[in-house]
Write a protein that binds this ligand. Structure first.
Ligand SMILES: CC(C)(COP(=O)(O)OP(=O)(O)OC[C@H]1O[C@@H](n2cnc3c(N)ncnc32)[C@H](O)[C@@H]1OP(=O)(O)O)[C@@H](O)C(=O)NCCC(=O)NCCS
Length: 168
């Protein structure tokens, strides 16, 4: 597990383990994000912890074939605006790209600007993904029905990065 650790903003980022579940759910509650489907998809979650092992942030991905739903991006209030959310998102997208995921989709009511400006997500038609994400509890939540749907083509961003020499 140690070899999977990434360090960012003095935080250690790890794949989540079952013992992290209660703290992750509490963090999601604190930023008003849903719990539905978290436990089923917890193997796709990352956690960021401070030097004392306290949870500072999380993010998760639900894989549905070559499409994945990015969800539960959350940073505890005292750690927001210090780059941790961007680090978590970068690590998650890189992991997704390496595992063969082609398209990442998300629903957000609060952070469309964050995902658009920092990562190139663009608004997408939700109906394009209704079939492929039908098994996702979060996708089906009534409270998410009015959220903005956004998508990112990982193949396209990989080509852009290799042609510009950027290393995200
Ligand atoms: C969204 C979130 C994960 C970002 O984490 P973070 O650690 O604060 O983000 P970073 O420090 O890496 O980046 C901050 C940048 O994102 C912007 N940003 C942060 N939250 C934003 C939001 N809700 N909408 C638009 N932009 C946002 C900030 O303005 C800042 O931009 P700047 O540096 O150009 O000023 C965090 O604010 C959070 O937990 N929010 C509450 C839960 C939530 O809304 N999650 C998204 C669900 S899809």
């Amino acid at each position: 597990m140690e070899s999977k650790r990434t360090t960012c903003q003095e935080m250690n980022i790890f794949p989540a383990v079952q013992a992290d579940l209660a703290d992750v759910l509490a963090l999601l509650t604190s930023v008003d994000l849903p719990h539905e489907g978290v436990e089923e998809h917890f193997s796709g979650f990352l956690v960021a912890k401070d030097q004392d092992g306290r949870l500072a942030g999380t993010i998760g991905i639900e894989r549905h074939g070559s499409v994945a739903l990015l969800r539960s991006a959350a940073v505890a209030g005292q750690f927001q605006h210090s780059g941790l959310g961007s680090c978590l998102t970068n690590v998650l997208l890189e992991t997704a790209r390496k595992s063969g995921i082609e398209k990442v989709v998300l629903l957000t009511s609060t952070a469309s600007g964050f995902f658009a400006r920092r990562f190139g997500f663009a608004e997408a038609a939700r109906s394009d993904y209704d079939g492929r994400l039908a098994d996702s509890p979060e996708w089906r939540l009534p409270r998410c029905s009015s959220a903005v749907c956004m998508s990112l083509d990982l193949n396209a961003t990989e080509k852009t990065q290799s042609s510009t020499g950027t290393n995200n």
